[in-house]
Write a protein that binds this ligand. Structure first.
Ligand code: NDP
Ligand code: AKG
Ligand code: MG
Length: 418
């Protein structure tokens, strides 16, 4: 297959999938990557170097990734033309090659293009945004006992805010919707109808069930003690409240969970370990308080899109910040790993920021591919590098006795520590 601007590496083979979605990973996989805007130019090349070093160290030349650059964001406009932010062939390749990784992409606030991150997630139906939050010993944290934060956030990634159904205040479209609401639906509570913008928040049973199913399965596979459904169902009863109810119903129907006392909390026996998994729920505002005060009580979190966006940044802060928070966007067949932070434009091109987020996202990618030895080397090198206190500015400013290194310098420290 040839593309307009994407150069397929001369060597290397595609990762393929079986009918049950398990992967066939060759020893020389081609992995597409998006450099990213802003600090993408800093962190992504460092990630490529660190991953290559880990793979070389783990497999002594018997395995090797063949990286293939694909384009999105500002770089796409340079390669394809002024208004091409997300080329069709980028979307095709991400779907076809099954496993890929990306740097951050800029989204303007208010007007301008819609989020390219959202486009990728929506177009490929990457319905799980998976964001593990773990503590590396020695990382500066605002908490006294940061090691008690050990969570995995399953953020619904296809509906709620990502459906993007909004009408601008004052537009003819919003006028029509307001007319419909007030005249046909009997809505009387629009406080300022003349100047209101409107957004619609779709939350479906199918969308909820597929997300909660993945979260419970993860808890089973990784021997986790609980799954918490986080929602604002006391106020938004038919969307957020239904998320909770559909989640509990699925736990009972598909996993055999049983009510504890009169419910709604449930428990199920992990079929793999025999241990109990608690299925519980929390209302979002109280949840934010509790993860700070009693983080040890939370493990796997399953939540709606907007809640998950806030929660993943907030819990990342508990273990040292967004500079080392990894993530993945996944469907049943396609997985795209990515830095959780944005493009941090003030630091772009300065070789300054922490490359940890995209490196740890690559670690998740290696584990997803079954390259466990290389993934373990990255975790081990991250721990040793942080312990050596040769760290980027974000940690150095909080860590007594630290030596500040650059973005690429931290990559080199990690490679030394493998
Ligand atoms: N998945 C994606 O591609 C995402 C894209 N975005 C987009 O990124 C743009 C900027 O968003 P913004 O809200 O400013 O968020 P950013 O994550 O880009 O930056 C916010 C702050 O986080 C800290 N930070 C971010 N990355 C790192 C890093 N690698 N190492 C250390 N510290 C880091 C910096 O803090 P300090 O100033 O304290 O040093 C930075 O100023 C927007 O266009 C937004 O839409 C946002 C989130 C995700
Ligand atoms: O698409 C964006 O610009 C923001 C995405 C975001 O905040 C996230 O992925 O957590
Ligand atoms: Mg976010």
């Amino acid at each position: 297959m040839s593309y307009q601007h994407i150069q397929v590496p001369a060597e290397g083979r595609k990762i393929t999938a079986n009918a049950d979605h398990t992967l066939n990973v060759p020893t020389n996989p081609i992995i597409p990557y998006i450099l990213g805007d802003g600090i993408g130019v800093d962190v992504t090349p460092v990630m490529l170097k660190v991953v290559d070093a880990a793979v070389e160290k783990a497999y002594g030349g018997e395995r090797k990734i063949h990286w293939m650059e694909i384009y999105a964001g500002e770089k796409a406009t340079k390669v394809y033309g002024p208004n091409v932010w997300m080329p069709d062939e980028t979307l095709e390749v991400v779907k076809d090659y099954l496993v890929s990784i990306k740097g951050p992409l800029t989204t303007p606030v208010g007007g301008g293009i819609r989020s390219l991150n959202v486009t990728l997630r929506q177009h490929l139906d990457l319905y799980v945004c998976l964001r593990p939050v773990r503590y590396f010993k020695g990382v500066p944290s605002p908490l006294r006992e940061p090691e008690k934060t050990d969570m995995v956030v399953f953020r619904e990634n296809s509906e709620d805010i990502y459906a993007g159904i909004e009408w601008q205040a004052g537009s003819p479209e919003v006028g029509k919707v307001i007319d419909f609401l007030t005249k046909e639906m009997g809505v009387k509570k629009l406080r300022f109808p003349e100047t209101s913008a409107l957004g619609i928040k779709p939350v479906s049973r199918e969308g909820t069930e597929r997300l909660v199913r993945q979260a419970i399965q993860y808890a089973i596979d990784h021997d986790k003690p609980s799954v918490t459904l986080v929602h604002k169902g006391n106020i938004m009863k038919f969307t957020e409240g239904a998320f909770r109810d559909w989640g509990y119903a699925l736990a009972a129907r598909e996993f055999g969970a049983e009510l504890i006392d009169d419910g709604p909390w449930m428990r199920l026996k992990n079929p793999k370990t025999g241990r109990q998994i608690l299925i519980k729920d929390a209302i979002t505002d109280a949840f934010f308080l509790q993860v700070l005060m009693r983080p040890a009580e939370y493990s796997v979190i399953a939540t709606l899109n907007l809640n998950g966006d806030y929660i993943s940044d907030a819990v990342a802060a508990q273990v040292g910040g967004i500079g080392i928070a990894p993530g993945a966007n996944m469907s049943d067949s396609v997985a795209m790993f990515e830095a959780t932070h944005g493009t941090a434009p003030k630091y772009a091109g300065k070789d300054y920021v922490n490359p940890g987020s995209i490196i740890l996202s690559a670690e998740m990618m290696l584990r997803h591919m079954g390259w466990i030895e290389a993934a373990d080397l990255i975790i081990d090198a991250m721990q040793k590098s942080v312990s050596s206190k040769r760290v980027t500015y974000d940690f150095a400013r909080l860590l007594e006795g630290a030596t500040q290194v650059s973005c690429s310098g931290f990559g080199d420290v990690m490679i030394e520590n493998m």
